[in-house]
Design a protein around this ligand. Structure first.
Ligand SMILES: Nc1nc2c(ncn2[C@@H]2O[C@H](COP(=O)(O)OP(=O)(O)O)[C@@H](O)[C@H]2O)c(=O)[nH]1
Ligand SMILES: [Mg+2]
Ligand SMILES: [Zn+2]
Length: 313
């Protein structure tokens, strides 16, 4: 009994809370509390024993001891975003993501189907729901603009993703975008200058976010964010700012599994061979569907490109 009292007394000296990890670095993590406050914290060594590292998006039990916050436990993760590190190890970049939104602009910078397909395949592999936003729809009459109706057919009707057409200039689709991400932890994927920050600002003008310029040098997809961080948009909606290009790599997907990451390939078939890679095999349901126009040729080409891509490490 005496012991219990002493124990209670010790516990009451500490402040135990739940928090979300907004970013994680070598020196510790940044916590985000439900009241909107944030604080730096160190990570207790028993955490490292259980999970390798706390990551952006983690839910954690934290405690305040001697004036400093400590992460004591990482709660079970769902919705992981993983990539393969340069030395070939699987690395968790972020946790508890509800939705990946691929943001592409139909022009300026020109739409890159390859990036979209890679990001969608990566989301698929991680079992994360994904949606495609076609931004800068106000530029659709430009000569080099991608055709939004074709993209809607390919990614919406055929592949089954939610596709939105948006413009922060005309306001088209902004309400739908707000609905899409509300009450979720959302990772935005997209090359630089497609309008990710502008879209967030359109629904949260009070946030202090920097909108960049479209720059010839950056249209190749330079990314400036080094590690993922979590930005609260309101109490229940979080934005995960990930280093877009690296995070959505497909390097870690085994080649024979890649075909399952192209949603619409799973709707046709079966092929003659169970292990068909949908390349040049006879009686392949996927290449047949491509010939018939049921599966988009460019999606199939994207798949073949990823299939033959040498891993980056
Ligand atoms: N015409 C047009 N320009 C846009 C739209 N959305 C963003 N932009 C412009 O595209 C540039 C890059 O936007 P930004 O939000 O910084 O892109 P991010 O790099 O994806 O975050 C800025 O000059 C924006 O003003 C849009 O819907 N239409
Ligand atoms: Mg930005
Ligand atoms: Zn096949």
């Amino acid at each position: 009994m005496k012991q219990l009292k002493i124990l209670r007394c010790c516990i009451s000296n500490k402040e135990n809370r739940l928090a979300r990890i907004s970013s994680s670095g070598k020196r510790g993590v940044t916590l985000l509390f439900s009241n909107g406050e944030s604080a730096k914290a160190r990570v207790s060594s028993n955490v490292f024993r259980k999970v390798k590292n706390p990551v952006c998006g983690d839910n954690a039990k934290v405690v305040k001891k001697q004036g400093g916050w400590y992460v004591e436990e990482i709660l079970e993760r769902k919705g992981l975003l993983e990539r393969t590190s340069p030395v070939g190890r699987s690395q968790v970049l972020a946790a508890n993501i509800d939705l990946v939104v691929v943001v592409a602009s139909i022009s300026s910078p020109p739409l890159r189907r390859g990036f979209i397909d890679r990001a969608l395949a990566s989301a698929n592999w991680n079992h994360l729901p994904a949606a495609l936003v076609l931004n800068k729809i106000d530029l659709k009459s430009l000569k080099d603009a991608a055709d939004p109706d074709t993209l809607e057919k390919v990614y919406g009707e055929q592949a089954g993703y939610t596709v939105l057409k948006t413009s922060v200039i005309s306001g088209q689709g902004i309400e739908e975008f707000k609905q899409l991400i509300s009450d979720k932890t959302v990772a935005l994927a997209g090359i630089s200058a497609t309008g990710k920050t502008s879209l967030i600002k359109a629904i949260h003008p009070e946030l202090d976010l920097k909108v960049g310029a479209v720059n010839a040098k950056t249209t190749k997809g330079k990314h400036t964010t080094v590690s993922a961080r979590l930005i609260p948009l309101n109490k229940t909606t979080f934005l995960m700012d990930t280093p877009g290009l690296r995070a959505f790599s497909v390097d870690h997907i085994p080649k024979d599994q890649l075909k399952f990451c192209f949603a619409e390939f799973n709707n046709v078939g079966p092929c003659k061979f169970r292990d068909c890679l949908h390349e040049t095999e006879p009686e392949c349901a996927v290449t047949d569907a491509v010939k018939k126009g049921i599966i988009d040729r460019e999606r199939h080409l994207s798949y073949l490109k990823l299939l033959h891509e040498e891993n980056a490490f």
